[in-house]
Design a protein around this ligand. Structure first.
Ligand SMILES: O=C(O)CCC(=O)C(=O)O
Ligand SMILES: [Fe+3]
Length: 641
């Protein structure tokens, strides 16, 4: 066993070669093998739980460390399981395996099988796989879209849309609901208790799946990877009830299983006059949903029942152990957040809930304040020796090696960096080929966002990936877009020494074409601005508020060409004093990166001839503003139809 990785690889390549029969055969075997490994792993993992008992005494005082230690201990035991089951190969292909596991557990693999069957004219088989995918990932829009397609086919009927396998807790839950509707409370309570048992088994399985390699964000930097690993591991476990509950009863209603189990039980036990059990159920319901008005009311009713005392209102053990664990996980997650915030105190942290005044004061203390003299010095240096020329002389002997032209130290500690040769000439050429797929506008519905004298066009990562799937864009070009973006991201992490993950927040391949010659241009291609705040004229302050993208923490532009006139990037003091402080001349492979706040006001001079293309990237430290489309793009490229 453990061969599903190979089978999956063979199956997907057959899929891309449109050898549908081989694809179905290999992928179905991959799925069967995966399920077998998963079962064996679950058994082996269970044995690891005992290891949690042996924890050195000196940690016992500190609850968080105690908990952390137990995590590590169990983790190493489970690693042994993985090795045993997957063979040595597992070590080499941990990353691959993580991705494949996701494809399997989310049901994404059914997309491949479904589409292959469809191409073999087996629509019944296709429908069953589409139904299975939707069952496993009810929130997925491709799953919904595929299902709708099959439902529109006349030759199929309702019985063709049964998932190939189902989860016991969900089926039992539905049966319980039916019994409730027909007032059969005795039976209903049994059914729901049974469903609940199955549910907790499923929760354990879900938590086990978090074991093993977690999201590393592709980082090669130890601090970032460490933080990322622990955070995503804990978050993954913490989210299990949500993952299990994330399906709809019908098209509008989202079910929170955990809460509603105890809600049903409260009703059921109340109706069959098992008041003590009803009291326990309602207390549990209240812990899960403290704001539930119905639960509060139910508690009131139960209180008035004869024979019931305050001592009866205790939580049930089954939920308690899960909820206690989650509470501890939350504590460690918060601790991780706090730790990482401490060592990035000199970069802007988006805190939407603070008011502007407070934020302003804090920002002042947070940023290294650059003295006026340092600005002057910098400007002199620029006018004496244009950076563009200085760099060009270096070019030949540093071919294809990233060159750091300027670091934060060159800028008085302000987060700015300039790199060359991040990508090669050939890669720039490929990028320019990709720009043929740009569409007019800034991606936010504005056609000429900055000046009417230039044509503005762009292409999103996700649209590039979609193009690759539709075969209107070469797959390599879309992959290059993703890979180059990752290069930029890790360059920023490295240059600014970040110790927590930096996420893509918005990525856009952009070309600007000048429509007027230089004598007719009196404006800029892009007026001076900061990327995460709006500057007020009356006091010159830059406020983190709408319409600025306040969560953007870092910005980077990767340039692709130089065959145009004008279009120089520059840093300036402010929107109201736009005297360029420092120019960057675009050329292939050059990247400028900077923190996105008011310390880095910047603009672009008018493009008076030709077309200027660049990848603009904005990144965030706040996972809530992570560009999920970026991951979607990679998933699509990995082979989703
Ligand atoms: O293209 C450039 O050089 C900079 C663009 C920019 O600052 C922006 O889009 O926010
Ligand atoms: Fe900008």
């Amino acid at each position: 066993i453990g061969s599903y990785q190979v089978l999956y690889a063979e199956g997907t390549s057959a899929y891309y070669e449109e050898d549908w029969r081989t694809a179905v055969d290999k992928l179905e075997r991959a799925l069967a093998d995966y399920n077998e490994v998963k079962k064996a792993k679950e058994t082996c993992y269970k044995e690891c739980s005992d290891e949690r008992a042996s924890i050195p005494g000196d940690y016992v005082d500190d609850e968080q460390l105690h908990f952390f230690h137990a995590l590590l201990e169990r983790s190493s035991c489970r690693k042994k399981c993985n090795k045993k089951l997957m063979g040595e190969e597992y070590n080499l292909s941990e990353k691959v395996s993580k991705k494949i596991n996701e494809v399997m557990s989310s049901g994404e693999i059914h997309i491949f099988i479904q589409y292959s069957l469809y191409n073999l004219n087996n629509v019944t088989g296709g429908a069953a796989h589409a139904a299975t995918h939707l069952y496993l990932s009810p929130g997925s829009s491709p799953a919904r879209a595929n299902m709708e397609y099959y439902q529109s086919l006349k030759e199929l009927s309702e019985s063709d849309f049964k998932p190939l396998y189902s989860k016991a807790y969900r089926d039992l839950y539905v049966e319980g609901q039916a019994l409730y509707n027909s007032d059969e409370y005795e039976k209903m309570v049994d059914k729901v208790e049974e469903a609940l048992l199955e549910y907790y088994i499923e929760i354990e399985k879900c938590r086990l799946e978090c074991e093993g390699p977690q999201e590393f964000n592709g980082s090669k930097f130890f601090a970032e990877a460490m933080w990322s690993h622990h955070h995503s591991y804990l978050q993954c476990q913490y989210d299990c009830p949500e993952k299990l509950g994330d399906f709809r009863d019908d098209d509008t209603h989202r079910v929170n299983f955990l809460g509603s189990f105890y809600h049903y039980l409260t009703y059921g036990y109340f109706n069959i006059k098992r008041m003590k059990d009803a009291a326990k159920a309602v207390m549990t319901h209240l812990r899960i949903e403290p704001n539930s008005k119905i639960a509060v009311m139910n508690k009131g009713y139960i209180k008035q029942q004869p024979g019931i005392t305050i001592k009866d209102f205790v939580e049930r053990e089954d939920a308690k152990s899960l909820l206690d664990r989650m509470e501890k996980e939350k504590k460690v997650l918060d601790m991780l957040e706090r730790l990482s915030k401490r060592d990035i105190a000199d970069v802007p942290v988006s805190e939407e809930d603070k008011n502007d005044e407070e934020l302003l004061e804090e920002d002042f203390n947070k940023f290294p304040v650059i003295k006026e003299e340092e600005f002057e010095m910098k400007e002199e240096k620029v006018s004496e020796e244009k950076p563009a020329e200085k760099e060009e002389s270096k070019e030949d002997d540093t071919k294809n090696k990233v060159v750091v032209l300027e670091t934060a130290a060159d800028h008085g500690g302000v987060h700015r960096v300039l790199l060359d040769n991040l990508i090669t000439q050939e890669q720039c050429q490929s990028f320019l080929e990709l720009t043929k797929n740009c569409v007019e506008g800034d991606g936010y519905q504005r056609k000429s966002p900055h000046t009417p004298h230039e044509k503005f066009e762009g292409l999103h990562v996700l649209d590039a990936a979609k193009g690759a799937v539709r075969k209107t864009i070469k797959k390599e070009l879309a992959q290059l877009y993703l890979d180059a973006s990752e290069l930029v991201r890790s360059a920023l992490v490295e240059q600014f020494n970040l110790s927590r993950p930096l996420f893509f927040s918005y990525t856009h391949l952009v070309c600007r074409t000048g429509l007027l010659s230089s004598s007719d241009r009196h404006d800029l291609s892009h007026p001076v601005h900061a990327d995460n705040c709006v500057q007020e004229e009356h006091n010159g302050e830059c406020y983190k508020r709408q319409p600025a993208y306040t969560w953007r923490d870092y910005s980077a532009i990767l340039y692709l060409n130089d065959d145009f006139e004008g279009g120089k990037f520059f840093f300036a003091h402010s929107q109201f004093d736009t005297t360029p402080q420092h120019y960057v001349t675009p050329k292939c492979g050059r990247m400028v990166g900077f923190s996105a706040g008011k310390e880095n006001m910047h603009g672009v001079t008018a493009i008076t001839k030709g077309r200027r293309c660049a990848v603009a990237l904005w990144l965030t430290l706040d996972p809530r503003h992570r560009e999920t489309t970026f991951d979607e793009a990679q998933t699509l490229l990995n082979g989703v139809f």
